[in-house]
Structures are given as structure tokens and as C-alpha cells.
Design a protein around this ligand. Structure first.
Ligand SMILES: Cc1cc2nc3c(=O)[nH]c(=O)nc-3n(C[C@H](O)[C@H](O)[C@H](O)COP(=O)(O)OP(=O)(O)OC[C@H]3O[C@@H](n4cnc5c(N)ncnc54)[C@H](O)[C@@H]3O)c2cc1C
Length: 310
């Protein structure tokens, strides 16, 4: 019989295990805690996070400001960030031997630039705090009896007093939780790239620019680096738009017109002036014949492209 069983060996499960042990001490020091993970390995998503570097947190230390970075859940997150914010995260990792660094855009990574550092930190911490990690245990069903939980995996049956579900995105588990009386908000895709079939970008694969993008006839807009790919558009600007517009784009069945302002937020007048200045500055410069020359009068043509999204 376990005191606490955590289902899911991802970042949430590991951090929860540690917090439970620490927060409930001194009684918690004797508690029997285990993490059940269906895979052969734990923390697999942490490994690939942040392109293998793990973007641990953001250098924004005020809860009311930090919530603005999240497309949904502002109210719930605000309460949580008042209890544990980015500063606490930095302190926690420092205390556990991981130094973090801030990048120019505010993102924070381990100094090692490797997500393995974060994985090692979690593994060492759980080991030190005597939290069992049981892999290859895929939870199939959960039952509540009067005084405990019965948890059936593909291998064996466990009993525990407290059950914590940290399974991330698993529809089967959501179904189980719904049967237990929890409300599940139907999930929709988020953070995706756009599939665009438009001959105007056909030969521009690999071109990137800092642009602002807008979904026509909606309030959805974003700006940031935009990359033209062989299937359409990608890059932080597009990913941001898809995250903030996840529900609205789902409602539109992902069919919409995307407006791209290649000049970002600059006005036509500002850009014209900039080009005129460049022209004066480099009046005598010889430009190779393969360079694209944009004259101020061309600006209007690159101002907005209307693209049909498929
Ligand atoms: C490519 C990519 C890059 C990312 N980069 C970053 C980043 O840099 N910074 C950042 O903060 N976030 C990043 N994220 C998001 C981040 O990885 C997730 O938010 C985070 O890992 C979620 O952790 P979790 O523990 O909630 O879920 P998960 O990591 O998904 O863990 C859930 C665990 O539960 C297990 N499980 C599921 N069902 C069962 C079952 N029935 N029985 C037993 N075990 C089960 C799964 O196998 C899994 O190990 C990235 C995500 C992706 C996909």
C-alpha cells in the first residue's frame, strides 16, 4: 500500500513527488511514494524540450505579467504563480545544483545547454527523497473504494491512499477522470504550423523575416520571426498565432485568410523613408544582378499578401 501514487513520469509527476515529500514534512519523510510510468524511460518529453536544451522558465518575475504569456488559464495561473513563480523556479534549480542562464529574449536554459542536466537533476532529487520510479507500468483502470484507490496497470495492481494523475495528453485517462466526476474541457490542437498552398510562396522556401500576421475578420494577430517552409509557414510568429487562436481556428475548421505584413509593424511611410535613407547612404554601391531591388514605390506591393489557408 502506497501513501501516494503518481501516474505519469514526466516533469509534472517528478516535481509533484518532490513537493509532496517536502511540503508535508515531517510526516511526509516516512511516506511511501512512487511514480508509475508506462514507458521504458521517464522524462522523455523533457529530453526533447527546447530543442534539446530545455527552456526551463522565463525571466519575468511578476505573476500578473507572467500570465500574459499564456493563451489560456490566466485566472488559474495567476493564483499558482503567486505561490511559485519564475524566481522560485530559479532558486529551486540552483538549490539542486543547476545554474540557469537568461537569453536575450528572456528565455532561461540550463548553463549546460542540455536538457539532460534537468533530467539528471530530477532523477537525483527523487532518488535522494526515496521516491520509487516504476517503469513499464501502464495504468489501465482506477477504482475508488472506501478508504483507498485501486490502480490496475498492464502488470499488477497497486493500492494507495492518495492518487495523483500527471499523465499529460492521454484521452483514455481523461475518460477515466470524467467517469469519476471531473470535467474535461475538450482539447484542440495548439502550437502548429500552417499548411498553405499558394503559388506566391512556392519558390520562397527557407526565406525568413520578422513579420506580423493576422487572421482576416478576427482579432487574432501576432508578430515574430516567420519562416516559409515547403508546406506553408512556420516560425515563432505562426506558432504564437496558432496557440492564441487555437479554439477560434478550430471553430473555423482551419480555413481562413492569413494577412502577412512583411514590414512588421512599420508604416508604409516609415519604410519609404528608410528605403530613401538607404538609397542616399549607398548611392554609389554596385548591386549584383541577382539581388532583389525594392524601390519605395514597390513597398505597397509587399505591404500585404493575402493568402488562402488550406
Ligand atoms: C517538442 C517539444 C518541445 C517543448 N519544449 C518545451 C520547453 O522548452 N520548455 C517547456 O517548459 N515546455 C516545453 N514543452 C512542453 C513540455 O514538454 C510539456 O508541457 C511538459 O513536458 C509536460 O509535462 P507533463 O509531466 O505534464 O507531461 P508529459 O511529459 O507528457 O508526461 C506524462 C507522462 O505520463 C505517462 N503516461 C501517460 N499515460 C499513462 C498511463 N496510462 N500509465 C502510466 N503512465 C502514463 C507518459 O508516458 C508520460 O511519460 C515542449 C513540448 C514539446 C512536444
Amino acid at each position: 500500500m502506497y501513501d501516494v501514487l503518481i501516474v505519469g513520469g514526466g516533469a509534472t509527476g517528478f516535481f509533484y513527488g518532490y513537493q509532496h515529500r517536502r511540503k508535508n514534512s515531517p510526516e511526509a519523510s516516512g511516506l511511501k511514494i512512487a511514480i508509475l510510468e508506462r514507458g521504458k524511460e521517464v522524462l522523455t518529453k523533457v529530453r526533447v524540450s527546447g530543442g534539446g536544451r530545455c527552456n526551463v522558465t522565463h525571466a519575468c518575475f511578476v505573476p500578473n505579467d507572467l500570465v500574459k504569456f499564456y493563451p489560456r488559464g490566466e485566472k488559474e495561473l495567476r493564483a499558482l504563480f503567486h505561490q511559485f513563480c519564475s524566481g522560485d523556479t530559479i532558486e529551486w534549480f540552483e538549490k539542486h545544483g543547476v545554474e540557469l542562464k537568461i537569453e536575450e529574449d528572456g528565455r532561461m536554459f540550463p548553463v549546460s545547454d542540455s536538457s539532460q542536466t534537468i533530467i539528471d537533476c530530477f532523477l537525483n532529487t527523487t532518488k535522494k527523497h526515496k521516491i520509487d520510479i516504476l517503469t513499464g507500468q501502464s495504468v489501465q483502470s482506477i477504482f475508488r473504494s472506501e478508504d483507498s484507490w485501486k490502480v490496475e496497470t498492464n502488470q499488477q495492481t497497486f493500492r494507495c491512499e492518495n492518487l495523483v494523475m500527471t499523465t499529460g495528453s492521454n484521452p483514455k485517462i481523461w475518460e477515466m477522470l470524467e467517469k469519476l466526476g471531473h470535467t474535461i474541457i475538450p482539447p484542440v490542437p495548439s502550437l502548429f504550423t500552417f499548411n498553405i498552398k499558394d503559388k506566391r510562396i512556392k519558390d520562397l522556401m527557407g526565406v525568413s523575416a520578422f513579420a506580423s500576421v493576422k487572421v482576416k475578420d478576427s482579432k487574432l494577430s501576432a508578430s515574430g520571426p516567420l519562416l516559409i517552409t515547403h508546406w506553408g509557414m512556420s516560425g515563432p510568429g505562426i506558432l504564437r498565432l496558432s496557440a492564441w487562436g487555437a479554439r477560434e481556428l478550430f471553430d473555423k475548421n482551419y480555413q481562413f485568410i492569413l494577412e502577412v505584413n512583411w514590414l512588421n509593424d512599420a508604416t508604409l511611410e516609415e519604410t519609404e523613408n528608410q528605403l530613401k535613407e538607404l538609397k542616399l547612404e549607398h548611392a554609389k554601391k554596385v548591386v549584383g544582378k541577382n539581388h532583389l531591388l525594392i524601390s519605395p514605390t514597390d513597398c505597397g506591393k509587399v505591404w500585404f499578401w493575402l493568402l488562402k489557408f488550406h
